[in-house]
Design a protein around this ligand. Sequence first.
Ligand code: ASP
Length: 326
Amino acid sequence: MNKLAIALTASLGLGFAAVGAQAQGAYPQRPITMIVPFAAGGPTDVIARIVGDHMSRTLGQQIVIENVAGAGGTTGITRASQAQPDGYTIMMGHMGTHGAAPALYPNLKYDPTKDFAPIGLAAGTPIVIVARKDFPAADLKGFLEYVKANGDKVNMAHAGVGSVSHMTGIFFSSVMKTKPTMVTYSGTGPALNDLMANTVDYMTDQIVNVAPQIQGNNIKAFAIATAQRSPALPNVPTTKEAGLDGFEVSAWNAVFAPKGTPSEITKKLNDALVKALGDEGTRKRLLDLGGVLPADAERTPEALQKLVESEVARWTPVLKAGTKTE
Ligand code: ASP
């Protein structure tokens, strides 16, 4: 072999060695897909993009959001749960996909308590009762009277059976003993567009989706379903203040990986999530939309696993009773 050939062989060899080292190198080596199980622009998508943005910076690889909508979020979560557990497919789940779904889908292809590697809570999202701008009521009392008097002539938007807007809407109807016509969307992003276009009447949605449009007076907010008002919407009364007892509910949103994802990867993902929640800019983006940041102790995979177990147990009887009377 002449000198040039030897030099070439050596450098090629080095090249292969470098490629090999990279392929087996530290996670992550390429972009990560985060499945959002609803349409773009809705609350799940907004939270995924805000925390995903900062997680990408920590991980040194982009988190690419993929919206896989359908069946109240269960289509996207089913797909994500069946992905290779290699850290390159993760998902943003929530109180619906990982709390309500088992009660509402007898043939659900995943078990929220068994088929995931929990990463951590991302944000809490109080529920707000919102209506189209020209809804003929000035306050919650007037709204309830109207909904009761007009029965199924009133339309309630939701993001599919088992979504947060659906489950809290059912809960609301069962507390109120009302029976609106339910209109299904692929997410509450598109539902909000119809609310602003006055083509649907109301919904019970997560604050991060509706806060900007309430602040801009593009929709009406009758009450927030929490014990305290939200700093993001100081003029919106709590349900209790507005005269309604028994309807207090906040959703939660959390990052999961498929079951079997190696623990060194889930640790890195949790680390990146915790860093995002500690970042000033990320916190501000979530807080400005009315998001509630989880306490430190709530940010671990173990705490999320416990939450999922308790949520499935909490919602199953409520939803089974709620859907029976419909
Ligand atoms: N997460 C919302 C819901 O469950 C839907 C969405 O994110 O668009 O109602």
